[in-house]
Design a protein around this ligand. Structure first.
Ligand code: AMP
Length: 184
């Protein structure tokens, strides 16, 4: 692993209705900078993605953004990142983000964030990696998802160990504590 620890953040290309998530996104970006870590994310300047990046950049973080060429316009790919990687496909985007991450953080988001989260969880489930995956349950946003995962396990469609492949933290203070323990 590189000396510079990298935290990959998956989150919404929208901001959602609850302003608490904006606060969470900004605090996450600022925290990554304050810890001296690099932000890896989807390079957009929209929704919570843009908030995380703006806060991280304002606080002096190194940043790596990864975006497919066809989303440069729609997601307003940022040009003020330390490194911007433009990929051909969504699959390449996810792969480059993942390969450059030492830990993965899920903030509130939509279908894209869920896709990204389940991809890294399912890769962990079959033993392809053991990078920490942290879910930030900002204002309880992810409670229904955790309940669904518990239901999947209770109904016998996943091993109970599925629940151990990611850690739920209530807020950015909790996220910082756990990440510091994992990344040093
Ligand atoms: P959302 O959570 O739906 O707002 O999406 C968050 C981010 O995930 C956006 O940058 C989307 O472009 C991205 N995204 C959506 N679907 C996928 C996918 N299948 N693979 C990789 N990224 C995706």
């Amino acid at each position: 692993m590189s000396a510079l620890r990298s935290v990959c953040v998956f989150c919404g290309a929208r901001s959602g209705h609850d302003p608490a998530h904006l606060v969470t996104a900004r605090a996450t970006g600022a925290m990554i900078a304050a810890q001296g870590w690099r932000l890896v994310y989807g390079a957009g300047d929209v929704g919570l993605m843009g908030e995380v990046a703006s806060a991280a950049i304002a606080a002096g973080a190194t940043t790596l953004g990864v975006i497919p060429t066809h989303l440069m316009g729609r997601e307003q790919g940022r040009r003020d990142l330390s490194t911007l990687v433009i990929t051909q496909t969504m699959h390449e985007r996810k792969k480059v983000m993942f390969m450059n991450a030492d830990a993965i953080v899920l903030l509130p988001g939509g279908a894209g964030s869920l896709d990204e989260f389940f991809e890294v969880v399912t890769w962990a489930q079959i033993g392809l990696h053991n990078k920490p995956i942290l879910m930030v349950d900002s204002a309880g946003y992810w409670k229904p998802l955790v309940a669904l995962i518990d239901h999947v396990i209770a109904q016998g469609f996943a091993d109970p160990s599925l629940r151990t492949l990611f850690e739920v933290v209530p807020d950015v203070a909790g996220l910082t504590r756990v990440l510091r323990g994992k990344l040093g």
